[in-house]
Design a binder for this molecule. Structure first.
Ligand code: SAM
Length: 286
């Protein structure tokens, strides 16, 4: 097995395959040897875990995952990388590489077919241009997943792992806490990648669990969350009144029923607060 974090080895490998980096596909490959074993250990933290990897690149993280997981399925969009992965990881019999777009592929079917009898964890150095859509797709689709251990830009990590009620809280913070327990695991500097991106990164783990408080209607919950954060500087009263197209007296009554101060800002509200508001909105609309 070649050393896939060695720059000389990577350049020779990529030259052999005539490969050039695609910026639009978020191709920044890991070259810091300490990062991938730590990510693999965080994702595979029990026996009999199958791993779904998104965007294996040349296989540096995949290699570590194959050593510790029962099975690894790696979904890579760039078809030019498939023969590269054949060369770097061809020796593993617990690896399946699929050439597909993670936002298009039927994940329910993939998990049923590939991971029968296993718990499934997602692990990825995510292409940054699709961080939020991928995380939201994985959380919202209620797939039978144990956890997501992912590398994201540092700023995104702060938002994803923020505590509701603090300044970093945003609509995605509420969504993440609704579906999972987030942890900020460790920072990763920009120099850990080839080519180096402009910003630092961090590895986070989202451990999935049932919502602590189920709303009467999930769609109402997320339209209230989006609406409240759509104009962050406004009070929840004003933001919800304009986003839900409801009269202020109606929104004031809804907030009072949910025990929320109408002068509060969205970032001050917890997941349970949002569920309370959404239930009051739902009751009035049904
Ligand atoms: N895992 C490798 C590493 O850590 O060095 C590569 C990570 S690189 C940040 C992101 C990878 O995701 C690239 O290989 C890129 O081609 C792939 N990718 C980009 N968009 C994708 C998509 N929609 N579906 C699947 N893979 C994608």
């Amino acid at each position: 097995m070649e050393n896939l974090t060695n720059i000389g080895t990577i350049r020779a490998l990529l030259n052999r395959h005539g490969f050039t980096f695609s910026k639009s596909l978020g191709q920044n490959f890991l070259i810091n040897p300490s990062v991938c074993p730590r990510m693999a250990a965080a994702a595979v933290d029990a026996a009999h875990i199958g791993v779904l990897e998104i965007g294996p690149g040349i296989g540096v993280l995949t290699n570590e995952l194959c050593k510790v997981a029962e099975k690894v399925v790696a979904v890579e969009l760039d078809r030019r990388l498939i023969p590269v992965l054949g060369e770097t990881l061809g020796g593993y019999d617990n690896l399946t590489v699929i050439n597909a777009d993670i936002l298009e592929i039927d994940l329910q079917q993939l998990i049923a077919q590939q991971f029968s009898g296993m718990e499934v964890a997602v692990c990825a150095n995510l292409p940054y241009y699709i961080t939020s859509p991928v995380i939201m797709r994985l959380l919202e689709s209620r797939l039978p997943l144990r956890s997501l251990t992912v590398m994201v830009q540092r700023e995104a990590a702060m938002r994803l792992c923020a505590r509701p009620g603090t300044r970093d809280s945003s609509a995605i913070t509420i969504a993440v806490r609704y579906y999972s327990e987030p942890e900020l695991l460790f920072p990763v500097s920009a120099g850990s990648f080839l080519p180096a991106p402009r910003v630092d990164s961090a590895v986070i783990r989202l451990t999935l669990r049932p919502p602590e408080r189920e709303p009467k209607d999930e769609r109402t919950l997320f339209s209230v969350v989006r609406g409240a954060f759509s104009q962050r500087r406004k009070t929840v009263l004003n933001a919800l009144s304009s986003s839900l197209a409801l009269d202020k007296t109606v929104v004031r009554a809804i907030l009072e029923e949910a025990g929320i101060d109408p002068a509060a800002r969205a970032e001050q509200l917890s997941v349970a607060d949002f569920v309370g508001v959404a239930d009051a909105v739902y009751d009035r609309s049904s």
